[in-house]
Write a protein that binds this ligand. Structure first.
Ligand SMILES: Cc1cc2nc3c(=O)[nH]c(=O)nc-3n(C[C@H](O)[C@H](O)[C@H](O)COP(=O)(O)OP(=O)(O)OC[C@H]3O[C@@H](n4cnc5c(N)ncnc54)[C@H](O)[C@@H]3O)c2cc1C
Ligand SMILES: NC(=O)c1ccc[n+]([C@@H]2O[C@H](COP(=O)([O-])OP(=O)(O)OC[C@H]3O[C@@H](n4cnc5c(N)ncnc54)[C@H](O)[C@@H]3O)[C@@H](O)[C@H]2O)c1
Length: 456
């Protein structure tokens, strides 16, 4: 049996980050991955989707300038060439990541990690060969995959999951997207920019259901203006392939047909076959690996990233990985604190948020107020040709607890917003924070200083 200080199952952002820190500190680390180094994020998540969106972004900007009669003509994106570029980039990045890990002293295992005890893991290779490993600590970082429900299960023919859709050989003439969370909205943006007739169906009363209603309503209005069909407040009952076409049945029995359909209704953890119970771990009610306040799933086992279901974001997986590595190294003893989590939905229209929504703050109680600024007042937003949208700041009992924005390019505001929030740069401290001029970031300062109104 090969012995290590730490065995990590899952080579996505969470597992890779943890492995690098521990190896740099002199620990012997085994990292087990059964698919691609870099996980979902690098191979079929964050990175390929942003490369697609990046390629169509200039089209959106030029459309804004065309509306102002300062640009004309068309720009074409070569879909086949773009797909090849994305594949080349992600493959090379995955290889570079693996090489970097190996160079840092991490021992890489290609195969499926299966828990065999509180300190033991079996690695099952694709050819069925097995290797037994033991360690003082195990870190579960196996991530998640697309969820499906009865009636809403990708058949990988005309009804696809997000990985299938990233690999479709040609842009579908029409596309139904079930689910208006981040995946649904980003895919809708790309394929619609590429010429697909896109229909988005969302069961919740609004698109981007976790965001505040004012953000979601403005988003739906602006997407409508851009020719997108978005049906919110209606559930998809079933999706199937009929005569090569995707056929969606809505809960009111209406039928919609398209060349392809995407099921983007959330994620489920990769716990099948992990045998986590053998390491002393339990699954919670939603099927994720249950962890305590220290991200411990058992006395010598941690679970980080998507597999613990806390926050399904790549940077959250990495942040948790840093915390767990520091705990193992004896550099951290307090409970895990994510701080205000930044998140973005990318595309020609973006949503950005750090910290709480007004809805969240209201549900917790206290005096909740909102201050805002419209992007129309920002010179850089105007220069880019699309100044729709706004920034809002959420205040709870006088403290800044959240900053959100909707509009073109607002994902670029996320880190400045986080710094403002962490430093509590409100009226009495903001004078010490110098914003470059002219920048989109200046809108944050305007929103922080705008009059506060009670949140509805
Ligand atoms: C289309 C899409 C777009 C996304 N865009 C963004 C974005 O823009 N920003 C963002 O923050 N997040 C985004 N996400 C979410 C992000 O990809 C995940 O939150 C992140 O990848 C989670 O990291 P992780 O390390 O927990 O797991 P993963 O990235 O899922 O990696 C886990 C790895 O473990 C492997 N594995 C699982 N079980 C085993 C086992 N038993 N043995 C060996 N290996 C195993 C898997 O093959 C996988 O490679 C997106 C997701 C999708 C699907
Ligand atoms: N930019 C980013 O950071 C980014 C991008 C993509 C994905 N992600 C992460 O990946 C995770 C998964 O994304 P996702 O968009 O699949 O999940 P999600 O949970 O964000 O959204 C799924 C949506 O599907 C809807 N839905 C469920 N059943 C339905 C039905 N029968 N009919 C109509 N609508 C239905 C839900 O109400 C929900 O709004 C997210 O939690 C997100 O954190 C992040």
């Amino acid at each position: 049996m090969d012995k290590f200080d730490v065995i990590i199952i899952g080579g996505g952002p969470g597992g890779a980050k943890t492995a690098k820190i521990l190896a740099a500190a002199g620990k012997s680390v085994a990292l087990v991955e059964d698919a691609h180094w870099g996980g979902v994020c690098l191979n079929c998540g964050c990175i390929p989707t942003k490369m697609l969106l990046g390629a169509v972004a200039p089209k959106g900007l030029l459309r804004g300038l065309e509306r102002q009669r300062v640009a004309k003509g068309t720009v074409e994106v070569d879909y086949a060439a773009l797909q090849k570029r994305v594949q080349r980039y992600t493959k090379a990045s995955s290889q570079t990541l693996a090489k970097g890990l190996a160079d840092a002293g991490v021992t890489l295992f290609n195969g499926r990690g299966v828990c065999a005890g509180e300190h033991e893991v079996r690695v099952v290779a694709a050819d069925g060969g097995e290797q037994a490993l033991s360690a003082q600590y195990i870190v579960l970082a196996g991530g998640s995959r697309s969820a499906s429900f009865p009636g809403l299960t990708p058949d990988h023919d005309a009804v696809l999951d997000s990985t299938d859709l990233l690999n479709v050989p040609a842009v579908p003439e029409s596309l139904i997207i079930v689910g208006a969370g981040a995946i649904g909205l980003e895919m809708a943006d790309f394929f619609s920019a590429m010429g697909s007739a896109v229909t988005v169906v969302e069961a919740a009363p609004q698109l981007a259901p976790i965001e505040d209603t004012d953000i979601a309503q403005e988003l739906q209005k602006l997407l409508g203006k851009a020719g997108r069909t978005c049906l919110a407040g209606i559930k998809a009952s079933s999706l199937l392939t009929r005569d090569g076409q995707a056929v969606l049945t809505l809960e009111d029995d209406r039928e919609l047909t398209a060349a392809k359909a995407l099921v983007a209704v959330g994620r489920k953890p990769n716990t099948d076959g992990l045998e986590a119970e053998k390491a002393g771990c339990a699954l919670n009610r939603r099927g994720y690996v249950a962890v305590d306040d220290y991200l411990k799933a058992a006395p010598t086992v941690f679970a980080i990233g998507d597999i613990n279901g806390k926050t399904l974001l790549a940077h959250a997986a990495e942040h948790q990985g840093v915390y767990v590595a520091r705990q193992i190294l004896g550099e951290e003893s307090g409970a895990y604190d994510s701080g205000p989590v930044p998140s973005c939905i990318y595309g020609s229209l973006e949503v950005m948020r750090v910290g709480k929504t007004a809805r969240q703050a209201l549900s917790e109680g206290g005096e909740v107020a909102v201050s805002r600024a419209m992007l129309t007042g920002n010179a850089i937003a105007q220069a880019g040709g699309d100044a729709s949208g706004f920034v809002k700041v959420v205040w709870q009992d006088g403290r800044m607890v959240g900053i959100a924005a909707l509009g073109h390019g607002v994902s670029h505001l996320v880190t400045a917003a986080q710094l403002l929030l962490l430093g509590q740069y409100s009226s009495d401290r903001l004078h010490s924070f110098m914003f470059a001029h002219p920048t989109l970031d200046e809108i944050l300062s305007v929103a922080v200083q705008a009059p506060r109104e009670p949140a509805a």
